[in-house]
Design a protein around this ligand. Structure first.
Ligand SMILES: Nc1nc2c(ncn2[C@@H]2O[C@H](COP(=O)(O)OP(=O)(O)O)[C@@H](O)[C@H]2O)c(=O)[nH]1
Ligand SMILES: [Mg+2]
Length: 287
């Protein structure tokens, strides 16, 4: 079995991505089962093959154990691991070659600090022989300036290092960047000095190029100019960390752009070596 673990902060677009992927799978003939693992989920549009809320919900835990929202969520995830009957039942209904997408909760600590998601991955790999990759979504607005870029990149890196899975960083809601550029939202560097109405395609490309293939040193300088000089050395060390590892890159995606969903699926399939087992042609652009 193959699985994508879809992670990212609350509202970053995880559930929408799962739905878009399921729909795209129908078009290209790749069956995608979505499992909702967010016990606090209120709504989503995909058809789940299983839903953790049938096992346990945050509201029940909060009421019965008088815990706050974060404590309740961690309790739910630990409960999922303790009572593996539910998981076994869910996975026994899927076939050996099936492709699962886990729609995860939005609490970022689950991916950067706590053990439960890491243990969950271990269970999937060891007990169900599953190949798992992590998909980390970050809302495009989080990359709109140098300080947000560093904060978002560090979070993505922490999740990647903590889980140790083949990992893909995704810049979600890329369509909103276009919207902001078209409306000449001046908070978006590097368009602020444009006197002419920008050509939105060029402007979008320029923006994406700047943050998707970043020149870390120039972003560090920009950041240091905005901050007190005592943070200069820290900024440089963070920049060097990201540069040394050369691991934090984002792929832009928008739920309304079919091509971008297709591209993400191809990239995830490469991480999972999904195509190795089948005679499926690999997208030439990904070679
Ligand atoms: N414009 C735009 N909005 C999106 C996109 N993906 C998600 N959203 C919106 O962002 C909000 C949060 O999405 P959701 O998938 O529920 O986020 P989750 O909390 O990470 O599961 C919803 O209002 C979605 O409609 C996208 O690609 N483009
Ligand atoms: Mg969700």
């Amino acid at each position: 079995m193959f699985a994508q673990l879809v992670m990212g902060p609350a509202g970053s677009g995880k559930s929408t991505y799962c739905h878009a992927l399921q729909q795209h799978g129908e078009i290209v003939g790749q069956l995608v089962h979505v499992v909702n693992l967010d016990p606090a989920a209120e709504r989503f549009e995909y058809k789940p093959v299983a839903d953790i809320r049938d096992l346990i919900t945050v509201t029940d835990v909060a009421e019965e154990l008088s815990l706050g929202p974060n404590g309740s969520l961690v309790y739910c995830m630990e409960y999922l691991l303790e009572d593996q009957d539910w998981l076994e039942q869910v996975l026994s209904e899927t076939a050996e070659d099936d492709y699962l997408v886990f729609d995860m909760p939005g609490q970022i600590e689950l991916y950067t600090h706590f053990e439960c998601v890491r243990q969950f991955v271990y269970v999937l790999q060891s007990q169900f022989s599953m190949r798992v990759c992590s998909i980390f979504l970050l809302d495009a607005q989080f990359l709109a300036d140098a300080s947000k870029f560093f904060a978002g990149s560090l979070t993505a890196m922490a999740a990647m290092l903590h889980l140790g899975l083949p990992h893909l960083n995704v810049l979600s809601k890329a369509d909103l960047l276009r919207h902001r550029i078209e409306h000449r939202d001046n908070t978006l560097e590097p368009l602020s000095s444009d006197a002419e109405a920008p050509n939105s395609d060029e402007a979008l490309d320029e923006f994406l190029e700047r943050f998707l293939n970043p020149d870390i040193q120039s972003l560090v300088s920009e950041l240091s100019e905005q901050m007190d000089t005592r943070y200069r050395a820290l900024n440089e060390r963070i920049g060097a960390l990201l540069e040394d590892y050369a691991i934090v890159q984002f792929v832009p995606y928008s739920a309304t752009d079919e091509d971008s969903i297709g591209e993400l699926l191809l990239r995830a399939n490469l991480l999972l070596q999904y195509d190795d087992d089948r005679d499926v042609r690999i997208h030439p652009e990904l070679d």
